[in-house]
Ligand binder design. Structure first.
Ligand code: HEC
Length: 131
């Protein structure tokens, strides 16, 4: 019975070492890669990655497809005009909310418990996400 604890980690090690090349094979087989949705992209930058988490939890309901006049994450043209206002304006609108020509953006997406940093990360993520 004393042999088991030694076998398990060994087995795991073999599994992991065999798996990695296979995984990358499947990835290249499954290319071409343009992600189906912008939100499939997982940023390497930790601030953007946590912004994505916030986005998925608190912002995607309106912004994935552009509900209630919200600029859709999928539509680059809708973001080009927004970005022209500059990051400071976008952040102000996201933090404090605003009534725009297309609809109402609630302060912090309607989740008052979000910190400034979380909202900022989410906005930066939305701007950086491939569209
Ligand atoms: C209830 C729906 C809703 C939710 C949830 C929501 N938004 Fe919005 N958002 C809107 C609408 C509608 C607009 C566009 C208003 C307009 O321009 O008329 C908007 C616009 C924006 C803009 C562009 C501001 C500008 O100046 O053009 C940013 C940035 C933004 N939202 C960020 C966020 C973030 C970050 C979250 C999550 C924390 C979020 N939104 C959640 C509805 C929503």
């Amino acid at each position: 019975m004393k042999i088991l604890p030694a076998i398990v980690p060994l087995g795991l090690f073999i599994l992991t070492s065999c798996d990695s090349p296979k995984e990358s094979d499947t990835v290249s087989e499954k290319s071409p890669p343009p992600p189906e949705h912008p939100w499939d992209w997982i940023p390497e930058d930790p601030a953007l990655a946590s912004g994505r988490e916030i986005y998925l939890m608190e912002c995607s309901g309106c912004h994935d497809e552009g509900e209630e006049g919200a600029p859709a994450l999928t539509k680059k043209s809708e973001w080009d005009t927004r970005s022209e206002q500059g990051l400071a304006v976008l952040l102000d609108h996201a933090l404090n909310g605003f009534q725009g020509p297309d609809g109402k953006m609630p302060a912090r997406g309607g989740t008052p418990s979000l910190t400034d940093e979380e909202v900022t990360n989410a906005v930066n993520y939305m701007l950086a996400a491939p569209k």
